[in-house]
Write a protein that binds this ligand. Structure first.
Ligand code: NAD
Length: 429
């Protein structure tokens, strides 16, 4: 099913380099067993598919999609699908590796994968996106499956896209197994087998982590000012739940524009505007539009990057005034950016812990489908909070024990679980 493309990736974000540096550092500190280190240094499978789709104007276009499966020692591969023009093998590889650490840290029975299509979805109509999604699913074929590899939403993909994938995958199987395949993806709409609360799970988890930080550091969240980069699923829900803690949203940046309002931005009004404006904030009037270069320097207590990777770098880290960086996005801080923040004494809740509410929610959706059960949103959010509290505690404990920061603490917890599994089980044959 997998084919090779001759086209070179258009743009690399360099995230692979970042994730491998982080891995090497953590493996050195915890003295990871050399054989396990070799296994985890490589991805298990890298799939690249080229597939044709007829556009609304009758022309045929060929798209390139990817799925990288890093490791499945703990369970089926798990990770999002991204529709973006930065999607290439390098990016999918880095994001797949982060997923392995994230699922291991969260104590889930999953491995790590990531993928997507190299595309700017804004250039296509809804019916074109449906055909692109369905044909991509068909091209992936049995390389995904409910007990093999389970995709989920990520940048520019959503519940609707997951529903098309589930329907296409199930429709290519015998009708008698249709409902046995419902959990081939998570993040589906509730009416199509989705989990109540999965939509808000990642932002809810970001805030659960921030609450744990506040408790540990004896900080009262009431009145604390925060800024958010990215106002999609993660950015909006994080803002929504932080407001419930009494925090004040003072700046937001999306791909189209940046905004500041020291009196507070209303995330609900901003969401309403964005939905009516093709998911773009350009033209929002509830705050002053500022130069994008000034966004990171807006005075705040908490900074939440919730857009793409490698956004906080040597070029802007110095401007950040927050005491806490809560990484809603995957890989938002590069190595130089992190070094600057650490020198300034900024606490960092690392991505694999901070945004793990999403994959924890996905786990419960998968389990709900597997057991043919339906859970209430309150139960789901409580279970997510509980798992985040456990992970946060383990990370803080490992950081204390090894005298490292929370990112390294999180890696050590994850790598320890993977090492234990390999040591207990051995390697076939
Ligand atoms: P989304 O597509 O819903 O939203 C992305 C947001 O980022 C949009 O507001 C977009 O305008 C903004 N953005 C894109 N490029 C930008 C740029 N150059 N500068 C400023 N803003 C920019 O995506 P999402 O699902 O919210 O994911 C955001 C991040 O969170 C990604 O790194 C993703 O991997 C990570 N994440 C998502 C989930 C999830 O459940 N959706 C779970 C874990 C991690």
């Amino acid at each position: 099913m997998a084919t090779q493309t001759k086209e070179a990736p258009v743009r690399k974000e360099g995230m692979y380099e970042v994730v491998m540096k982080q891995f090497t550092h953590a493996a050195d500190i915890m003295k990871l067993e050399p054989g396990v280190r070799k296994i985890l240094s490589k991805t298990n499978t890298e799939i690249e598919v080229n597939f044709p789709v007829r556009l609304d104007n009758g022309q045929i276009e060929v798209f390139t999609g990817y799925r990288v499966q890093h490791n499945n020692a703990l369970g089926p591969y798990k990770g999002g699908l991204r529709y973006h023009d930065t999607v290439d093998l390098d990016a999918a590889r880095a994001l797949a590796i982060w997923m392995t650490w994230k699922t291991a840290l969260a104590g889930l029975p999953f491995g790590g994968a990531k993928g997507g299509i190299h595309i700017n979805p804004k250039n296509y109509s809804k019916s074109e996106l449906e055909r692109i999604t369905r044909r991509f699913t068909y091209a992936l074929g049995d390389n995904i499956g409910p007990d093999l590899d389970i995709p989920a939403p990520d940048v520019n993909t959503n519940a609707q896209i997951m529903a098309w994938i589930a329907d296409t995958f199930s429709s290519t199987k015998s009708p008698s197994t249709r409902f046995a395949n419902l959990h081939v993806v998570t993040g589906k709409p509730v009416g199509a087998g989705g989990l109540a609360g999965r939509d808000r799970a990642t932002g809810f988890g970001v805030v659960a982590n921030i609450k744990n930080w506040a408790k540990l550091k004896n900080v009262d969240l009431k009145g604390k000012r925060f800024i958010v980069q990215g106002f999609g699923n993660v950015g909006y829900w994080t803002a929504h739940f932080l407001l419930k803690e009494g925090c004040i949203l003072v700046a937001v940046q999306d791909v189209s524009a940046s905004f500041r309002n020291d009196k507070g931005i209303d995330p609900e009004a901003m969401l309403e505007f964005s939905m009516a404006n093709g998911r773009s904030l350009k033209g929002f009037t509830g705050a002053e539009e500022i130069d994008p270069g000034k966004f990171w320097g807006v005075p705040c207590d908490i900074c939440v990057p919730a857009a793409l990777g490698n956004q906080i770098t040597a070029a802007n880290a110095d401007q950040i005034t927050a005491k806490l960086l809560a990484e809603g996005a995957n890989g938002p801080t590069d190595i130089e950016g992190e070094a600057i923040l650490k020198k300034k004494g900024v606490d960092i809740i690392p991505d694999i812990l901070c945004n793990s509410g999403g994959v924890i929610g996905s786990y419960y959706e998968w389990l709900q489908n597997k057991r043919a059960e339906i859970w209430k949103i309150e139960e789901v959010l409580e279970m997510i909070h509980d798992k985040i509290d456990t992970s946060f505690g383990k990370v803080a404990e490992a950081a204390e024990k090894y005298k490292v920061d929370w990112r390294m603490g999180a890696y050590i917890v994850a790598l320890q679980r993977l090492e234990d599994t390999y040591m207990d089980r051995g390697i076939f044959p």
